[in-house]
Design a protein around this ligand. Structure first.
Ligand code: GLU
Length: 347
């Protein structure tokens, strides 16, 4: 009788602990965190050679704090990131968060992590934690940063405070919001910054602290939904400079682009011949968004450029790569330019 009682208590405790442990899916897409080289000091390496199981096995501590399930979405350097992987990833994250996942961690190359983060931020419908993580040093290099970054990312994913923050990027002990974060250094481990607003939190050996909450629409409150997006239209970025010429604007239009993000000088100013070519593109039905190559600050409507006259939209303070993501998602949803401008001011 006594031993039966003991057994029941043990089972009950086990079930309780089982329930208490959150389920976190790690979706691997590739990048340096899954990269390897031939030696600890070798600067040459190949992204996306390590599978999700090996990534998880390298950080056994995460199994103590969560039930970890791994899935390989792709295994590419993130410079190869494309619409197909984005759509697949967003749909899978949506499915998992609607079912048993308490949170999702996505391992990703750092080159385009900010674009994928913002794409998911706009299209996934859940307020559960979605955490993106990568590494600047490959898995076989001296002081590889991937394992601690992954440990921190899982800790952020299981933290109740991460609910409703939208997609976050966890790198180098910092938590950044998807809309704000950008890669600022080609090789440093402190490459991720949020130039317009700063980081929203920190995570130190798994201890999570938040200081801010993103206020723009995202995930559950976003006007977009991945369930309604079948494909993404072509949107190009045109980079401006002194003594410029309209060749790339004209080529983009000829190639059938639906939208142009213009990376203008300063407060989004194009060279005169580029300005006129962009105006002609608008007349031909292309949606042109004035943005800046500067990398921080707002591109203000009707500053030195008469946006109303040319029919341009402006990007608020999104950097050009993120403005491209928003314009693609917006054009997949509507062709109403007023509505698209509103999206830039609210997302
Ligand atoms: N090109 C690689 C990528 O983005 C290297 C950057 C990284 O992961 O740190 O996948």
């Amino acid at each position: 009788m006594r031993s039966l009682f003991k057994a029941i208590i043990t089972i009950l405790l086990g079930v309780t602990v089982g329930f208490a442990k959150p389920t976190i899916y790690i979706l691997a897409t590739g990048g340096t965190i899954a990269g390897s080289g031939s030696g600890e000091l070798d600067t040459a390496y190949t992204s996306g050679t390590v599978t999700v199981d090996k990534l998880i096995a390298a950080v056994p501590e995460i199994n103590k704090i969560a039930t970890i399930k791994g899935e390989q979405i792709s295994n590419i350097g993130s410079q190869e990131m494309n619409n197909e992987v984005w759509l697949k990833l967003a749909k899978r994250v949506n499915e998992l968060l609607a079912k048993d996942a308490d949170g999702v961690v996505i391992t990703h190359g750092t080159d385009t992590m900010e674009e994928t983060a913002y794409f998911l931020n706009l299209t996934v419908k859940s307020d559960k934690p979605i955490v993106m993580v990568g590494a600047m040093r490959n898995s076989s290099s001296l002081s590889a940063d991937g394992p601690l970054n992954l440990f921190n990312a899982v800790n952020v994913a299981i933290d109740k405070q991460s609910k409703g923050k939208g997609v976050v990027v966890v790198m180098n002990d910092e938590i950044h919001a998807a809309r704000e974060v950008t890669k600022t250094h080609t090789s440093g481990v402190d490459t991720f910054k949020s130039p317009n607003s700063g980081k929203i939190g920190t995570v130190f050996y798994g201890k999570v602290k938040y200081y801010m909450t993103p206020t723009r629409k995202h995930t559950k409150t976003s006007d977009f939904n991945i369930a309604n997006i079948k494909e993404l239209p072509k949107v190009d970025i045109i980079y401006n400079h002194s003594n410029d010429n309209p060749i790339f604007v004209n080529a983009a239009v000829k190639d059938g682009t639906k939208g142009i993000i213009n990376a203008g000088m300063g407060n989004g100013n194009p060279y005169p011949s580029v300005l006129e070519a962009l105006g002609d593109a608008v007349k031909g039905g292309v949606v042109v968004v004035r943005d800046s190559r500067v990398g921080s600050g707002e591109t203000t409507m009707d500053g030195e450029v008469d946006d109303k006259k040319y029919g341009f939209l402006t990007s608020d303070n999104l950097n050009v790569q993120k403005a491209r993501v928003l314009l693609m998602v917006a054009l997949a949803t509507t062709d109403d330019k007023e509505k698209i401008q509103e999206y830039f001011l609210t997302h």
